[in-house]
Design a protein around this ligand. Structure first.
Ligand SMILES: [Zn+2]
Length: 391
């Protein structure tokens, strides 16, 4: 259990950061209600074939009761109760998978969110203690879900004889679908633009999605988040100490300068490998197969790479992300190493998983190709990303 001291530290930091960035937390809205209902009804649809109608009814009641309870919970005004619950469920799955694999699972760090200006997760130290604070970018889960949904929109799929669906990520097929449905690329662009310009991905125009695509998008989103948190568990499991660096930007008048843990490249690579193993195992306990588990990790980097380039184009008018021209940006390098690590275990399933990641990269490049000129035009018209985004 996280200490009271850690919670108070996070509360004060929330106030400082939100105020310092001149941002106001998004108040609960009708969109949240619709989102909750969508999640519940989707889960029930997936269970419908597996349980009796009485059991399904009990499940429905339980889920809506839980939703009511979440609303009644007093989480800080800077945290959304449903997001917190979902972070803890991710942690439950990862810790269970770790224990089954025989690892010494650490005590759960304090989990939370913060507008960190980076589409990822950071680890801070609670001053005066060795306690870890693992913070997701405030809209990380919303962005991940909507990005997975937007990508699912551009992928063709075919029905399989067993009543399921197989997605076809071959570049030629994706290109063909994009030509027939240019609105699917536009949606992805609207999402990235809304996130960078307002900090809130849900400000992008919303749209309905068919059930097959949406189920797949949710699995992908789940896998991304398991990997993101699994990576942080990876650092802890590997006993990485990191380097303490001041995170002055998080401090404020009533808060001593907080410290962030910065990891070196070797530690990042080890945490990626450990996080991948952990997140794939955790995903399997949630009914996901190995390829989608791997795709979550691979897509995490693909998504980060797009955001990094988008911030640069919108802010500076060009996409150079690295100070040293010609070197790979970290997200691309980490994705390359991840595929390389996995390719050492050469099984048909793993080859399929890597192929999936490579095809997904190409599909997202097609979306980027469509988005880049739009961002450049917006930059020339004077539009800039929010100051919070770090390039
Ligand atoms: Zn790391």
């Amino acid at each position: 259990m996280a200490s009271q001291q850690a919670r108070q530290f996070l509360d004060r930091m929330h106030e400082n950061v939100w105020e310092g960035m001149d941002l106001t937390p998004r108040p609960p809205s009708a969109a949240d209600d619709a989102e909750a209902e969508r999640i519940i009804e989707d889960l029930l649809r997936r269970q419908a074939a597996l349980v009796s109608s009485e059991e399904l009814e009990r499940l429905r009641e339980g889920l809506y009761e839980n939703e009511q309870r979440l609303r009644g919970m007093t989480v800080s005004k800077y945290e959304n109760a449903r997001t917190m619950q979902s972070l803890h469920k991710l942690a439950d799955s990862l810790e269970r998978a770790g224990r089954i694999a025989g690892w010494r699972v650490p005590e759960r760090p304090l989990l939370g969110t913060l507008p960190t200006g980076r589409v990822n997760v950071i680890t801070l130290l609670v001053p005066g203690t060795g306690e870890h604070l693992v913070l997701f970018e405030s809209e990380f889960s919303g962005f991940t879900y909507l990005a997975a949904k937007a990508v699912a929109e551009v992928l063709p799929f075919r029905r399989t004889p067993d009543g399921g669906a197989a997605f076809e990520l071959e570049p030629a097929k994706v290109r063909e679908r994009l030509e027939r449905h240019p609105e699917s690329a536009r949606r992805f662009g609207e999402l990235v633009a809304a996130y960078l310009e307002t900090g809130v991905p849900y400000n992008a125009p919303q749209y309905m999605q068919d059930r097959v695509r949406n189920t797949w998008a949710q699995m992908l989103c789940d896998s991304v988040q398991l990997f993101a948190l699994g990576h942080e568990y990876g650092h802890i499991l590997k006993g990485h100490l990191g380097r303490r660096r001041p995170a002055v930007w998080l401090g404020g008048p009533d808060l001593a300068d907080p410290e962030e843990l910065a990891w070196n490249n070797q530690e990042e690579i080890e945490a990626d490998a450990q996080g991948l193993t952990l997140s794939i195992a955790a995903g399997q306990s949630r009914g996901h197969d190995v390829p989608i588990g791997f795709l979550g990790a691979d897509f995490y980097f693909t998504m980060t790479h797009v955001i990094e380039r988008a911030i640069n184009v919108l802010r500076h008018g060009h996409e150079n992300t690295s100070a040293e021209a010609g070197t790979h940006p970290p997200s691309v390098l980490r994705r390359m190493i991840l595929r390389h690590v996995l390719s050492r275990h050469s099984t048909p399933q793993i080859e399929a998983a890597i192929g999936l990641g490579e095809n997904m990269e190409q599909a997202v490049e097609m979306l980027w190709h469509d988005l880049r000129p739009r961002l450049l035009a917006a930059h020339r018209a004077g539009l800039r990303p929010l100051g919070q985004w770090q390039d």
